[in-house]
Design a protein around this ligand. Structure first.
Ligand code: BES
Ligand code: MN
Ligand code: ZN
Length: 506
C-alpha cells in the first residue's frame, strides 16, 4: 500500500488534453519561447493578464489564469533572476507539485520559457516535484471521489531522452530514498518499531543490484558486547536491532560509513519526558531513516560509490526492565558508561554503532546523523542542522554538500576540554553533564569518544527534522532531512583531505 497519493512524473513531447499548463518565466519577453504550445492569441492573452496583474516575476510568485486556449488553466510561475541552479529548479518542481495538489487535471510543465536553465532542467524539476508533492495519507480513509492511484500525471514537456533517462536513474532514486525516509519517520511508533524498520528496509532494497543487508539481533549484540544499545532497548517490549545496509557500486571507491540514531520512540525512559509534544518522539529515528534513505538512493541509481549505513534501532521506554539513572554499562569498544540520564539515549546507541562501523568495516570516514539534542534547536532554529567535527576536510565536504542541496549545516565547536567534563566518577564516561551547557556539543563529544582514529563528523538534526512550515521541496512536518545532503556528500567524497590537528583520535 503506498503511503501517499502523488502525481506520477512523466516526460513527453506534447501535453495531455485538458491539462493545466505551467509557464515558468523571468520576464514577459520569454513568452515568445512558448510558441510551440501557445498560439499568438493565447500568448497575447497571457501577456495582457501579466501586465494588468502587475506580475513581478519574483521567484515563488504565481498567477493562475483560466479561459485561455484549450487549457484548464495556465499557471505562470515567477523565476527571479538566473542562475537557475539545480536547487532552484527543484524548488520550482516542488512548488508546482504543491500548487497543483488539489486539482485533478494533468499538469504540463513547459521549460522552454526558461532557456538559461539548460538542457538538464527537466531532471531537477521532476525530482523537486516528487519531493515537494509528498504527503503521508496512509491512515486517512479514502475519498470515494478520488480513488487511490488515480492521480493525474505531471508531464515535463520538451526534455530530451537523455534527461528523461537521467531522471529515471538519479532523480527518481533520490526522491524515492527521501520519501522512504519520510514514510519511516511519519509512521506511528505502534506500527514502526525496530523489527518493522528492518522489514521495511528489506522490502525497499529487495532486488537492488549491489546492495546487501545484515541485521544484528539481541543475542548477536550480546555476543559482540554492545552493552550501550542493549541498555537503551531493554525497557521496551520491542527488542533493539543493529541494521547494516551496504551498497557497493562499480569502481574502486573509498568506503564511506554512515550511522543513524534510530530510536523508534523516545519516551525518555526512567528519566521520563514531559507529556506535551512527546508524540513527536516517534520521529526520533530520523537519523537512521536518513541513512537507509541515502543508501537506497545511491543503490537505486547505481552510483559509482562504496557506502555502508548502520541504523542503531531501539525503543526507549520506562519499565521494570529499563535502565536506571546511575547504571553502568560497557560499550562495544570496551569503554564503560555511567548512564546519568536515560533520556540521553541517542548517544548510547550511536556509541556502539560508530565503534562497530570503525572496527568491522574500516571506512575512510564516518558520519553519524541524529535527532540528538533539543539544545541544537535553541542554537540554530530550523534552518540549519548542527555540524561537529575535528576533521577540517570532512567538515568542509559536508558543508559543501549542504550548500549544494539546500540542506544546510552550521558548524559548532568541539572543545578538547569537553573530555574532562564527561568523565564519570565510577566509569570511563558519563552520558550527560548535569545542568551543563553546551548540550549539543557534549552529545557530539560523547559519540566521538567511540571512534578511535577514523575521520569523523556528527550531524545533529534535532533542529531541522520537524518543520513548522513547508519549503518547496519539503512538506510541513517531519522532513526527511539528510538524504539529499548525504547522497551528495557520498557521491563527491574524497578521502584524506588533510587534518594536521587530528593526532589523538576524535
Ligand atoms: N530525542 C531527544 C532530542 C530531541 C528533542 C529531538 C526535541 C527532537 C526534538 C534526545 O534523546 C534527548 O532527549 N535529548 C536530551 C539530552 C539531555 C538529556 C542531555 C535533551 O535534548 O534534552
Ligand atoms: Mn532522549
Ligand atoms: Zn532521543
Amino acid at each position: 500500500m503506498p503511503a501517499a497519493a502523488q502525481r506520477p512524473v512523466q516526460f513527453a513531447a506534447t501535453a495531455p488534453a485538458g491539462s493545466d499548463l505551467v509557464l515558468p518565466l523571468r520576464n514577459a519577453d520569454h513568452l515568445g519561447h512558448a510558441a510551440a504550445v501557445l498560439d499568438d492569441g493565447s500568448r497575447e492573452a497571457v501577456r495582457r493578464a501579466l501586465a494588468s496583474a502587475d506580475f513581478d516575476f519574483e521567484r515563488g510568485s504565481t498567477l493562475s489564469l483560466r479561459g485561455i486556449g484549450p487549457w484548464a488553466r495556465i499557471l505562470v510561475m515567477g523565476m527571479g533572476q538566473p542562475p537557475f541552479e539545480p536547487k532552484v529548479l527543484q524548488d520550482l518542481g516542488g512548488t508546482i507539485a504543491q500548487e497543483t495538489k488539489g486539482s485533478r487535471e494533468p499538469v504540463a510543465v513547459l521549460l522552454q520559457t526558461i532557456p538559461s536553465a539548460g538542457p538538464q532542467a527537466g531532471l531537477h524539476v521532476a525530482t523537486g516535484a516528487m519531493l515537494g508533492g509528498y504527503s503521508f495519507d496512509r491512515y486517512k480513509s479514502a475519498d470515494p471521489k478520488r480513488p487511490a492511484g488515480a492521480e493525474a500525471p505531471l508531464v515535463i514537456l520538451g526534455s530530451d531522452a537523455a534527461t528523461a533517462q537521467r531522471y529515471q536513474r538519479e532523480g527518481a532514486a533520490l526522491a524515492e530514498g527521501t520519501n522512504f525516509a519520510r514514510d519511516l519517520i511519519r509512521e506511528p511508533a505502534n506500527v514502526l518499531y525496530p523489527e518493522v524498520f528492518v522489514e521495511r528496509t528489506r522490502q525497499a532494497f529487495a532486488g537492488v543490484r549491489g546492495a546487501s543487508i545484515e541485521v544484528l539481533d539481541v543475542p548477536a549484540m550480546e555476543r559482540l558486547g554492545m552493552g550501550a544499545i542493549l541498555s537503551v532497548g531493554k525497557g521496551s517490549a520491542r527488542p533493539p536491532r543493529m541494521l547494516i545496509v551496504r551498497y557497493r557500486g562499480t569502481g574502486n571507491n573509498p568506503l564511506v560509513g554512515l550511522a543513524g540514531k534510530g530510536i523508534t520512540f523516545d519516551s525518555g525512559g526512567i528519566s521520563l519526558k514531559p507529556g506535551s509534544g512527546m508524540w513527536a518522539m516517534k520521529g526520533d529515528m530520523a537519523g537512521a531513516a536518513a541513512v537507509v534513505g541515502t543508501v537506497l538512493s545511491l543503490a537505486k541509481s547505481q552510483a559509482p560509490v562504496n557506502v555502508i549505513g548502520v541504523a542503531a534501532l531501539a525503543e526507549n521506554m520506562p519499565s521494570g526492565s529499563a535502565s536506571r539513572p546511575g547504571d553502568v554499562v560497557r560499550a562495544y569498544n570496551g569503554k564503560t558508561i555511567e548512564i546519568l540520564n536515560t533520556d540521553a539515549e541517542g548517544r548510547l546507541v550511536l556509541a556502539d554503532a560508530v565503534a562497530y562501523l570503525e572496527r568491522q568495516f574500516r571506512p575512510a570516514a564516518i558520519v553519524d546523523i541524529a535527532t540528538l539534542t533539543g539544545a541544537v534547536s535553541t542554537a540554530l532554529g530550523d534552518e540549519y542542522a548542527g555540524l561537529f567535527s575535528r576533521h577540517e576536510g570532512l567538515a568542509a565536504q559536508l558543508s559543501a554538500a549542504g550548500t549544494a542541496t539546500g540542506e544546510e549545516l552550521w558548524r559548532l565547536p568541539l572543545h578538547p576540554n569537553y573530555a574532562k567534563d564527561m568523565k564519570s566518577d565510577i566509569a570511563d564516561l558519563q552520558n550527560v553533564v548535569e545542568g551543563g551547557a553546551p548540550g549539543a556539543g557534549f552529545g557530539a563529544h560523547f559519540i566521538g569518544e567511540f571512534v578511535a582514529s577514523t575521520p569523523w563528523a556528527h550531524l545533529d538534526i534535532a533542529s531541522v527534522d520537524n518543520r513548522s512550515s513547508a519549503l518547496p521541496t519539503v512538506p510541513e512536518g517531519l522532513s526527511g532531512f539528510g538524504v539529499r545532503l548525504l547522497d551528495r556528500f557520498v557521491r563527491d567524497f574524497r578521502p584524506g583531505a588533510s587534518n594536521p590537528s587530528l593526532t589523538a583520535g576524535n
